[in-house]
Ligand binder design. Structure first.
Ligand SMILES: Cc1cc2nc3c(=O)[nH]c(=O)nc-3n(C[C@H](O)[C@H](O)[C@H](O)COP(=O)(O)OP(=O)(O)OC[C@H]3O[C@@H](n4cnc5c(N)ncnc54)[C@H](O)[C@@H]3O)c2cc1C
Length: 453
């Protein structure tokens, strides 16, 4: 076990994944590990949006660097936006807080019927409230799936009916449940969440409705893998949120944790044995020139980052990138917004390499340097995410293109042209990636429009 260690490169020898190069986060030492196979379980890339519900240190470095070594990255544009998060409170926030999905079992979602209604929620009579999920989706009501509920919240806020500072919020109201079940039952079910909400917002949800707004939560794209959880690079296996597999179900609220557990407990222990038994590998040590090359390229990148000595912090670049991503490639995307993002990201990347200021040294505990490497990767990866979103001229699940919606504002798929996994091959930074299509073939069920009416 090597804790406080960050993988910074994948080593590929004779077309097989044969090890990794890491940085010791305490001493800064660059170290290599040779192996018969590599398994990445390094999580998702929500933090490319800067603000998300993920922990601050979740990042894309492991999968992005493996991608640059030849592993295909599939469906990066599919992003799950979770409807029940505490709204952003200001520009200086570093992450967002998820309020559990379970709250929608007993909470009712509403906004005022009229735009710019600044009254306190208790002063707005029932007849002037719009319980829009119950109105639009009578069968599922407040339990409509995440993508549908998130977009509905965005729509009412775009109409000027959002609540709270900045108007980017909707109410999640427990008044009816408190009356029906009593405070004791509600406290038993959700007490910890109510306490957490009060500690963060200073508002007591037993007395006034919570305010919630959608936030980036989970990423369905990731490194492409086959049924054995192996990428297109022999020996490189990818599990959990880091791969793209099975994530179609997740976008509707199915269990991401279960997929991680299934990959790690039930699939990989069996499939990796098959790889070992069936593929011949030559003995390899960390003295191999490919390890030395990878170590050298990490040292070169580190020195380059430290040498810029510009005027802007790493955080300011990350925040600006996140704003581009959220505004232009967030809950709703258009051809124009994506083209705009694809212009601005390379420009920001160029500025990063001329004007970033990374303090401290390489052979030391240096979080500014760690962050700089990750943000450098986001500045490359985000371009692929937007290119994928631009090429997919349809809406589906975690990808909503405003041009492709039904008359009722629901996602309009184009199964004739887009029923495939988009697996991208890296062709160099700033150069278009090559698209490989893996057709999705349905034999026993037929694709059809989702309906939650
Ligand atoms: C707030 C929140 C609530 C959630 N609630 C639910 C829920 O109720 N149900 C559900 O099913 N799912 C839920 N999810 C989603 C679920 O938790 C994740 O999808 C799941 O944890 C992913 O597991 P993983 O092991 O693939 O990745 P992670 O749990 O993200 O683990 C990845 C690990 O790899 C490490 N790592 C990353 N890069 C490197 C690197 N370069 N070098 C070394 N180490 C690296 C990370 O530090 C981390 O320890 C929630 C997610 C969040 C953020």
């Amino acid at each position: 076990m090597f804790s406080r260690t960050e993988m910074l490169d994948l080593v590929v020898i004779n077309g097989q994944a044969r090890g990794i190069v890491v940085r010791n986060l305490v001493t800064g030492a660059i170290e290599s590990h040779a192996a018969d196979a590599v398994v990445l379980g390094t999580g998702g890339y929500s933090n490319v949006f800067f603000l998300s519900t993920n922990a601050k240190n979740c990042n894309t470095t492991a999968i992005w660097r493996a991608h640059k070594k030849g592993a295909y990255l599939a469906n990066p544009c599919y992003t799950q936006i979770h409807p029940t998060c505490i709204p952003q409170s200001g520009d200086h926030q570093s992450k967002l807080t998820l309020m559990s999905e379970s709250l929608r079992n007993d909470g009712r979602v509403w906004v005022p019927k009229a735009a710019d209604d600044k009254r306190a929620p208790g002063d707005i009579p029932e007849s002037e409230r719009d319980y829009y999920l119950e109105r639009l989706y009578p069968t599922y009501g407040n339990l409509a799936p995440r993508d549908i509920s998130s977009r509905a919240a965005k729509r009412v806020c775009d109409e000027g009916r959002g609540v709270g500072p900045g108007g980017r919020g909707v109410y999640l109201d427990f008044a009816d449940s408190l009356k029906r079940l009593g405070e004791g039952v509600v406290r038993e079910r959700y007490g910890n969440l109510f306490d957490m909400y009060e500690r963060i917002t200073g508002e007591n949800p037993y007395q006034a409705p919570m305010r919630i707004y959608p936030a980036v939560h989970y990423t369905m794209g990731g490194l492409w893998v086959d049924y054995n959880l192996m990428s297109n690079l022999p020996g490189l296996h990818v599990i959990g949120e880091a791969n793209f597999s099975d994530h179609g179900a997740n976008r509707l609220g199915a269990s991401a944790l279960m997929q991680g557990l299934a990959d790690g407990y039930f699939v990989l222990p069996y499939t990796i044995g098959h790889y070992f038994a069936s593929v011949k590998r030559d003995p390899v040590t960390t003295d191999h020139p490919e390890f030395k090359k990878a170590e050298e390229s990490i040292r070169t990148q580190t020195n380059r980052l430290l040498a810029v000595q510009g005027k802007r912090t790493v955080l300011s670049f990350h925040r600006e990138l996140g704003k581009i991503m959220w505004d232009e490639c967030g809950m709703a995307r258009t051809e124009a917004s994506l083209k705009n993002a694809l212009q601005r990201i390379p420009a920001l990347r160029e500025e990063f390499w001329k004007n970033v200021r990374v303090t401290g040294q390489s052979e030391d505990f240096n979080q500014a340097l760690e962050q700089a490497g990750r943000v450098a990767d986001y500045l490359e990866f985000s371009e692929l995410l937007c290119a994928d979103a631009l090429h997919r001229k349809e809406s589906c699940g975690g990808h909503f293109r405003e041009e492709y919606q039904t008359e009722e504002g629901e996602a309009q798929r184009d199964d004739a042209n887009f029923a495939y996994v988009a697996a991208w091959e890296h062709k160099g930074v700033g150069r278009p990636a090559e698209l490989h299509k893996e057709p999705l073939v349905f034999e026993n069920v037929h694709l059809q429009q989702r309906s939650y009416k």
